[in-house]
Design a protein around this ligand. Structure first.
Ligand code: DER
Length: 244
């Protein structure tokens, strides 16, 4: 209950502070449970601010959420080339002191990142349980870094992630949803790669991200970061629902 109210307050504040005051816009909408509160807040805005806006989902859950509020949908592949998204809102699984994030707990990391990197402003909303000093803190997010891979490559990528220092790499199961592994909206598998807690430092996350992305078979990973070599989806700002 406490967590939920923390998420709701953080979501309301994020929308109040960053939803554009002049329409029309393209707005990115992420996945997970916290984003539900963001969309609830957006749906409560004056319709003059939302009626002409196109909302870009990051997966089926995100799309259903928007449709349930009668908000206009635009799939990311229909965003005119060269156009940008005014603001993208999303959740996160872990956020460090520089706002680098681990995302992908909801298995939509590719869609989330392809939207985030086309946004003029990326806003993360998360509850206080997601806050760490540095990423891969086991007490915050023990599941590791989600890595989306071409299915046929998962044994090879598993070995390479282990060589990179991963202490445990799991092919994400479908769980109750389906027999066999989780399959993303893009038809890929997910490896959850647990790494030791990262050290502090401007390029630590960037360097690990580049190493993971460089493995043949990796489509994308859940590190949303910035660094001296450029920006790859790190949010400009994050709203944390804090404990009362
Ligand atoms: O997969 C993701 O990155 C999502 O944003 C998600 O993990 C956030 O989850 P939550 O809002 O349900 O905590």
């Amino acid at each position: 209950k406490l967590i939920n109210s923390a998420k709701q307050l953080a979501a309301q504040t994020a929308v109040r502070d960053h939803y554009p005051k002049s329409p029309p816009n393209y707005i990115g909408v992420g996945s997970g449970s916290t984003i539900v509160h963001v969309v609830d807040s957006i749906a409560k805005l004056d319709s003059s601010l939302t009626a002409t806006t196109k909302f870009i989902p990051t997966g089926f859950q995100s799309k259903q959420l928007l449709l349930s509020h009668n908000l206009q949908i635009l799939d990311i592949d229909l965003l005119p080339a060269g156009e940008s998204i005014s603001v993208a809102f999303d959740g996160a699984d872990e956020v460090d002191s520089q706002l680098n994030c681990i995302k992908g707990g909801g298995a939509c990391l590719f869609q989330e990142k392809i939207v985030a990197v086309q946004a003029q402003k990326f806003v993360v909303v998360a509850d206080f349980r997601k806050v760490s000093t540095t990423l891969c803190t086991p007490t915050t997010w023990p599941s590791g870094i989600p890595v989306e891979v071409v299915p046929s490559s998962y044994p090879y990528v598993t070995a390479k992630l282990t060589k990179l220092g991963a202490t445990n790499v799991v092919l994400r199961p479908g769980g109750k949803a389906k027999a066999g592994p989780c399959v993303t909206d893009n038809g890929n598998f997910l490896l959850d790669a647990v790494f030791p807690t990262l050290l502090e430092g401007e390029d630590i996350v960037q360097d690990l991200a580049a190493a993971i992305k460089g493995i043949v078979g990796v489509v994308e990973h859940g590190l949303f970061y910035g660094g001296s070599k450029g920006w790859q989806g790190r949010p400009e700002i994050a709203y944390f629902g804090m404990e009362d």
